[in-house]
Design a protein around this ligand. Structure first.
Ligand code: PEP
Ligand code: MG
Length: 837
């Protein structure tokens, strides 16, 4: 029996049973309830029934009961509830007199149907044709049952209850149910409790009905009484009640419970408020009104969007119901992703062409392109584009980076486009098979016959799965007051810094909006892919002598300086870490004949010259070839130009506000001497700029640790630099000897067969790559105690990597701007866990 002091726990009887006990302790009008433990239900599944007489005893001589599942975590689900157990011919006759024939028939009919489907395992379709309600409908249902089972409907309540319990226990033990709950994180041996409760009729004389009430809006989390009430109904029927269902609070849109039964409404509101305060959670109250009397049947945690979850946690803390720290622990950092993206203004009337699967949240408008190459070209022109593909593959990654959204004809939640889109914060709709994708004619056909060609503008709503004609009005990411308050609380707790990887002014602005504490990685090469710069870049690559290269780079200098001035201005004195040029030069050269011809024309060279030079620059393994610092040493003019641009921008940006202290990072280092050589040149450029301008400035030099050798030799590198930042993308590639661009081919097989527990490019390999990080951190700090340590590979934003870096004593993590809030919260939770366990 669920009494105030019965030994009931969520780990032995399930979450629902525990919650009901809490409601009983609050003296709420909960119908009499008995909770069966996981152990008892396990025995039932094995054929060992409890003493049915004793089980039924608390419910009196003629019991009418319902049975509900009670798993440890309500999210793990369970078999559907069965209502009105105990209904039989005799009870029907008695209730007909008490409640009226129609109400009694409805109660009985509901039970017979549930019993037929859940216990006798009959096809639910067999009841579809029953047209009648009331006694005729009941008679028909009973006839159908008897015809199908060749047995009369069981009349004995004890038998009925035993069969219901047995079928629910067995359903939980079945393979399908087990797989379903395991997918939601339940352990293989998760138990099921069952709750047997006296029925409160929502049908009969006087005010009768049922409904659900909650005090907040599930989408926004704002205070608003939501839910429905349906007169003469049971269970959660009110939610399917259509027009017949009433609003709870007085509402301009229609009738309400408040008007119909003001006392019951007021009582319910009070109960819901008490539950919020005492259960320390926003609860959805399931209630029944029986002849004007309110009964509380159940309370479940209000279902909520990520945005609502934050508002609710903040409101509970602000009302003093929970501590701020607890509010912080209640939100899964990854769930913040949902509220960090732009959304279509819900007030906007959209011209929706079709729906697909909402695979990655957020919305964006752009011109249609059908290939990854076109997406890159469009981005280079500064035109936002939507990449439209049948499905995407790893070759499309660059195109996806270039696009503002992705639309595919095929695929599901775990298809390539969906997974990559979510990782990148790129709005994505997949499986939009109602649209006609004609990749040859380069058109997209809507079901209503309209055709959209390459270059036409569409909008992708990755939150709702809609594909919309034209441009839609957007709401910026939902960072309302609650979000800001919440993140400020997180910042007060955390003890590791969070910066953003940002290559452009737009990225930097996003980083700033998300309160990143600076830029941890600015990949400068992206700045050279813009069309006007690309040609100059190519000219530089083709220059024979150092002076010629220098002369060409002079033309890039002002552009780079402007890039950096913009970043410094946006970051307003916060640290900006600029990585010197990294990729192999051939990435800037055209790969086909038409491109070569175009280049020959632009540079006024014979085609054969161009082809020869492009071939000569080719490498067998470009990612292990002449790139990063190796280029810095063999073609030093590039780094000279970049250093000058950084220092001149520093002086310029420092005029207006706080002095800027830029950080310059050398990529792909593997030897101390590389650092010495680059440092000497960078120092020389700094001295020149100081002399030429008559202005002083400070800067910090650091190394990007992305080769295993640099990690191992950290002790001799550290004395030359003020920081080490771990580029775990390349470091993972080089530690495993595994190409980051080709791993996709076999990664899923490797993970499936347990060779790797996870894709190490997604989840930091704390054992191997992690050991290198630890070695480098220890050796580097031993050589230079004030050495600043950080991570700037893709792993930097994931909660597990942050835990690792924090334990290793890192100063900050740097991740893509959209992951900054996720990282801030994850870091706060780690600090709290350490403090409070
Ligand atoms: C890295 O290698 O981890 C890194 C951050 O640099 P990139 O991804 O540009 O190689
Ligand atoms: Mg790298």
């Amino acid at each position: 029996m669920v009494t105030a002091d019965a030994p009931i726990d969520a780990t032995t009887h399930g979450g629902r049973a525990k919650c009901l006990q809490r409601l009983v302790r609050l003296d709420l009008p909960v119908p009499r309830t008995v909770a069966l433990s996981f152990e008892a239900v396990r025995r039932i599944a094995g054929g060992e029934m409890p003493d049915m007489g004793a089980l039924l005893a608390p419910f009196g001589a003629a019991p009418l009961l319902c049975v509900r599942p009670s798993s440890e975590d309500p999210d793990w689900g369970g078999p559907g509830a069965v209502l009105n157990i105990g209904m039989n011919d005799a009870r029907y006759a008695v209730l007909s007199a008490q409640l009226g024939r129609a109400a009694a028939a409805a109660l009985y009919q509901r039970f017979v149907q549930a019993y037929a489907v859940h216990v006798a395992r009959l096809d639910p379709d067999m009841f579809e044709d029953i047209g009648e309600d009331g006694p005729e409908g009941l008679a028909e249902v009973l006839r159908a049952y008897e015809l199908e089972t060749e047995e009369p409907f069981p009349q004995e309540p004890q038998v009925q209850l035993a069969e219901v319990l047995r079928s629910m226990a067995r359903a939980w033990a079945g393979t399908t149910a087990r797989l379903l709950r395991q997918a939601k994180g339940a352990p293989a041996d998760a138990g099921l409790g069952l709750v047997v409760q006296a029925m409160a009729f929502g049908m009969g004389q006087g005010e009768c009905g049922s409904g659900v009430m909650q005090l907040v809006n599930s989408q926004t989390g704002l205070r608003q009484i939501t839910g429905r009430y349906l007169p003469q109904s049971q269970g959660r029927d009110a939610l399917q009640g259509g027009d017949a269902a009433l609003f709870l609070e007085r509402d301009a849109r229609g009738a309400s419970l408040e008007e119909r039964a003001p006392e019951a409404f007021a009582e319910l509101k009070q109960h819901a408020g008490l539950m919020r305060a005492r259960l320390r959670e926003e609860m959805q109250v399931e209630f029944t009104i029986e002849d004007g009397q309110v009964h509380i049947l159940d309370g479940v945690r209000v279902a909520r969007s990520a945005r609502a979850a934050v508002s609710i946690a903040v409101a509970l803390a602000e009302d003093g119901i929970i501590a701020r720290q607890e509010a912080l622990m209640r939100i899964d950092p990854r769930s913040l992703n949902e509220l960090l993206h732009r959304q279509i203004d819900p007030e906007e009337e959209c011209d929706i062409l079709a729906h697909g699967i909402a695979a990655s949240p957020g919305a964006a408008s752009g011109r249609i392109v059908f290939t990854a190459a076109d997406a890159q070209a469009s981005a280079a022109r500064g035109e936002p584009c939507v990449l439209v593909r049948r499905e995407t593959s790893p070759e499309d990654i660059r195109g996806m980076h270039a696009a503002v959204a992705v639309l595919t004809e095929r695929g599901g939640m775990t298809s390539h486009a969906a997974v990559i889109g979510r990782g990148m914060g790129l709005p994505c709709v997949v499986g939009a098979s109602d649209l006609t994708f004609d990749l040859r004619l380069r058109t997209l056909g809507a079901p209503d016959g309209r055709r959209f060609a390459e270059g036409d503008v569409i909008t992708i709503d990755g939150t709702n799965g809609a594909v919309i004609a034209g441009e839609a009005r957007m709401l910026e990411a939902a960072q309302g007051d609650a979000f800001q308050t919440f993140m400020a609380w997180a910042d007060a707790e955390r003890d590791i810094g969070v910066r953003a990887n940002a290559d452009t002014a737009a990225d930097a602005q996003t980083a700033r909006n998300f309160k990143a504490q600076g830029i941890g990685l600015c990949r400068t090469e992206h700045m050279f892919f813009e069309t006007d710069r690309l040609t100059v870049m190519r000219e530089m690559i083709f220059a024979d002598a150092s002076e010629d290269r220098r002369a060409v780079l002079e033309r890039l200098l002002p552009m780079q300086r402007e890039d950096f001035i913009a970043l410094f201005r946006i970051m307003q004195g916060q640290p900006v870490c600029i990585r010197l040029f990294d990729p192999p030069l051939h990435e800037f050269l055209p790969s086909d004949r038409a491109g070569h011809l175009e280049l020959a024309e632009a540079l006024d060279l014979p085609l054969s010259d161009v082809t020869r030079r492009v071939e000569a620059l080719g490498e067998y393994n470009p990612m292990l070839g002449m790139r990063g610092v190796r280029l810095g040493i063999t073609v030093p003019e590039i780094y000279d130009m970049q250093a000058r641009a950084i220092f001149e921008a520093t002086i310029e940006a420092s005029r207006e506000g706080d002095p800027v202290v830029p950080e310059i990072m050398i990529p792909l280092v593997s030897a101390k001497r590389e650092v010495e050589l680059v440092k000497t040149r960078v120092d020389a450029v700094a001295a020149q700029v100081r002399t030429q301008t008559g202005r002083d400035f400070a800067y910090r030099l650091g190394v990007m640790v992305e080769t295993p050798r640099a990690a191992l030799r950290a002790a001799e590198i550290a004395p030359h630099v003020s920081f080490l930042s771990f580029g775990t993308n390349d470091l993972t590639q080089m530690t495993y000897g595994l190409s980051r661009d080709d791993a996709g081919r076999f990664m899923s097989t490797y993970v499936q067969q347990g060779v790797f527990p996870e894709d190490p490019f997604h989840t930091l390999d704390t054992e191997g790559v992690g050991e290198l990080l630890q070695i480098a951190a220890e050796r580097g700090r031993a050589a230079r105690p004030d050495l600043v340590l950080s991570i700037c590979g893709e792993h930097g934003g994931s909660p597990e990597s942050i835990a690792f870096c924090r334990d290793a004593g890192f100063d900050y993590v740097s991740c893509s701007p959209f992951r900054v809030p996720v990282a801030r919260l994850a870091a706060a939770q780690l600090a709290l866990l350490e403090k409070h366990g």
